[in-house]
Design a binder for this molecule. Sequence first.
Ligand code: IMP
Length: 208
Amino acid sequence: MTDDWRLILRDFSVSCARILLHMCAVSNLKILLTRDQIAQRIKEMAAEITRDFKGEPVILVGVLKGAAIFLGDLARHLDLDASFDFIGVSSYGNRPSPTHELKHGWDSTGEVRVTKDVDQSMEGKNVILVEDILDTGLTLTFLKKLFLAHKPKAFKIAALLDKPSRRKLPIEGDYVGFKIPDEFVVGYGLDYAEKYRNLPDVCVVPRE
Ligand code: IMP
């Protein structure tokens, strides 16, 4: 066998092993919320938001990257003049990796920083901050303070998921899709080390 063929075969077996590992990881995931449940609940949330802001323009500000899919689906059910913006945040190096978080949990000092700012002024606007999940509440507490300082006309929080048992700071969403138990979830925008965001259902990652 030539060296070229050996290299091709080696690359092929490495790729197969990777695909198998990925398939095992995905098959361990358990569906918590199906795509149909999510779609139905988002319609209800959008109807509520449409009623509350009847006839007024709103800016949907998605928190990157997890809220992108939720924002897209929510927006398409709003019967309002809606524009989009996005903000990026990160926890100041004190949030452990998902693997560590799954096994040991974590304690945060609550430092959050903006990695991508919004593109427009929020002053006098109806702002709806769109987040994938409300967990400890550190991110949304930080963002709420930040947005209120810009004097919007109205400020509301729409969160697809809420883990109330994990809360460290007293903050609630104005529009909440589902309250869920203390599990690490992925799919529908949520990730585990940047993977699984594109799964159409919300799934639980087993702790072991
Ligand atoms: P908080 O500041 O603790 O409320 O965290 C909010 C952020 O933590 C979310 O925007 C997610 O990025 C991340 N997060 C919290 N829980 C989960 C989870 O179960 N799966 C994936 N990401 C999560």
